[in-house]
Ligand binder design. Structure first.
Ligand code: ZN
Length: 243
């Protein structure tokens, strides 16, 4: 009587373990979904920051160019003013002094002009960078949306599968003695989805520890549930194929 009962309970537990193993595996999969979504959003945020940086760089370069152009304009005005004055001077000394000043201003002017040219190139580069960042962001936004949708669908699929497995599990539970079930579920929780494991080549297949022959004999006798001494998982002998 006891022998049959234990054997039957083990049979039910083996089925239960199959379902629970799958439920735990799916729950782990489900837990990775928000992590994946967060990573994608993070990449998107970085790309957005890249665009903002390029835009800010364009703006600041343009501002600098405008300032230099204003300064260039004022140098040009000064030069014009001085040149007009050269027509009114009376002495050579005054004339030379003005000429010298004009030369100095002209030298400043050419420095400004060079810098402005350089800045214009940089502005063009920054603008091109902005355009390319914008394009990449747009592409990535599309990808992000479709990947987030995928993640959503995948999550829903996993949740449905878990629900189905739980329904199948509920149908099996009455076949197991409540005390045994409690023991099994305690181990299941502690061992994250693996409470019942077959003996494989004289070892526990849960923790790979070699089992004493006495323990293996007891498992074979099927008179009570035998836990692995090292990991506490319940042991069983895998039925021969076809039986
Ligand atoms: Zn073990």
């Amino acid at each position: 009587m006891t022998t049959v009962a234990i054997a039957d309970q083990l049979k039910a537990l083996i089925e239960l373990q199959k379902l629970d193993g799958e439920i735990y595996r799916l729950r782990r999969d489900l837990a990775t979904q928000p992590v994946q979504a967060a990573q994608l959003k993070d990449e998107q945020a970085k790309r957005t920051l890249g665009l903002q940086t390029a835009e800010a760089r364009t703006k600041s370069l343009e501002l600098k160019r405008n300032q230099l152009e204003a300064e260039l304009g004022s140098k040009e005005q000064q030069i014009k003013k001085l040149q007009t004055q050269t027509y009114q001077v009376k002495t050579n000394r005054e004339y030379s002094a003005l000429q010298l000043e004009v030369e100095g201003l002209k030298a400043d002017k050419s420095v400004f002009e060079e810098e402005i040219l350089k800045l214009m190139e940089e502005v063009e580069q920054a603008k091109a960078q902005t355009v390319s960042e914008k394009e990449q962001l747009k592409v990535q936004e599309g990808e992000l949306k479709s990947r987030l949708d995928q993640i959503d669908q995948e999550s829903r699929k996993i949740k449905n599968a878990i629900e189905q497995l739980q329904a199948a599990r509920a149908a099996l539970v009455p076949k197991v003695d409540p005390k045994v079930l409690k023991q099994y579920e305690r181990i299941l929780e502690r061992k994250e989805g693996s409470a019942l494991v077959p003996v494989r080549g004289n070892s526990c297949s849960g923790c790979n520890m070699l089992l004493p022959p006495q323990a293996i004999n007891e498992v074979m006798m099927n008179t009570r549930l035998i836990p692995c001494e090292s990991c506490a998982r319940i042991l069983y002998i895998e039925p021969e194929a076809g039986s």
